[in-house]
Ligand binder design. Sequence first.
Ligand code: FE2
Length: 273
Amino acid sequence: MLVVQLSDPHIDALRPDKAAAFGRAVEHVRTLPMRPDAVLITGDCTDHGRQDEYDVLQSLLAPLDMPVYVVPGNHDDRAAMLERFGHLGTQRLDGFLHYVVDDLPVRLIGLDTQVPGQGGGELCDRRLAWLDARLDEARARPTLLFMHHPPLVSGLDVMDAIGLEGSARLCDLVLQHPHVARVVAGHVHMAVTTTFGNSTLMTCPGTDATFQPDLSHPAQLILQYQPPLALLHTWSEPTGLLSFTHFLDDAPWITLHDGQRWAPTEPTAHPAH
Ligand SMILES: [Fe+2]
């Protein structure tokens, strides 16, 4: 299994560079040597939640022939997303983009953390109760939760002011359900890995850029833009769930070992296909 996670494309009608960056990310996904089974986009699909921005998003996603699963971020418009993506998954919670993807070796659960008009997110009683029931019904399945707002304290005051309400209760649920193998999110535009209950929490940076924050100035937000990243969540029988942090660049593919033997001398680069 290969599930590619992209995040925070922030498609912006006034910033064509954002759409161009997302287009490059999609092209990269399309030409990966291993065909992904699914693509996740963990929120902030658009910058202003405008219909024309969702039109651009959907046209950029069109070349992908595998399912694409989305959840809203604080920059998105839930109603617009429900209109376009409300059919995704199964066992949907009415009024939210909360759903299950049940046809892969790892069960995927999309969580809608959005609060309309606010930067911060929330998992309210109703959304948590739905999750509790979904986790109870398949305790033998390794499960990955994906959402926009990560349940963590980043150490950056500006980001923590728009964090996730309900993080402690989500952590309790994860502790009660040890089959939650991974919790993944976006929002912070950084690649963070930490423990969450007995599980592992990872965040995926944005497709236009990765922020390298200056953590010595927690009250400020000082950034260095770095190349964009995706997370590749893979599962196989011998490995279990492995998550790779993956640069979205076009460096060439080089065969060092062809399955039989090592390349004798200088390997040469070749296209993926
Ligand atoms: Fe964002």
